[in-house]
Design a protein around this ligand. Sequence first.
Ligand code: HEM
Length: 197
Amino acid sequence: MDLRLQPGFLGTNASLLSDLSLVAYVLFIAPAMLIGFVFARQGKHRPHHQYLMNAVTFVNWLLIIFLMAVSYVNGVLPGLPGSLGQPAIFLPTLHLLFGGAAQILATYTVYRMWREDTQVAAARKRGEQEVTRYWFKSAKPVMQAVLGLWLLTVVLGVATYISFYVASPAEAADAPEATPAVTESAPEAAPAVTPEG
Ligand code: HEM
């Protein structure tokens, strides 16, 4: 079953995958980002904070690759640059810039923490006493930047969803029957905006 071809359950024009993703972000993933931050504040860096942030980064990548990138390439890219003034083109593009930066920074952090762990373990095995030189010393500001960018991106993602799938009263009045819940080419049909329109 292709979740992108099934109608969603939120009463909008979105697919089941988009609705599941929206609910997952609001109920689980965004709270998980904040809980990870609280773990770090409490000094529970390993394993709580580390595992949770690794999981959030991984799940973000899955949703970006299988939902958002497809939706962006099919529904937004054809409208660039001509229709950048329209919300359904502008919002996802801003969202891509913040979300892309957040994910690259988050992935870099995951890599640096993994490298720190392996290097410290190897140094201890060699009998080294001083292992602080292997630490990822600028981790804190980088992780704070990731959290800020993530949360901003989630807000822009919700705005993108609304611009794609929740018609304004005026638009709805103009075309009440026009948009089937989900079509065979759901991602392509995502935003109601076309390069022409
Ligand atoms: C940290 C990275 C990101 C986060 C936290 C994030 C979050 C979200 C959220 C919460 C939504 C609304 C729910 C949904 O429709 O699925 C969304 C939708 C969307 N995002 Fe992202 N996003 C991220 C990165 C990206 C990137 C890199 C792109 C561009 C390639 C992108 C493009 C989109 C698009 C096009 C949608 C609408 C998807 C649909 O058709 O339902 N996002 N995002």
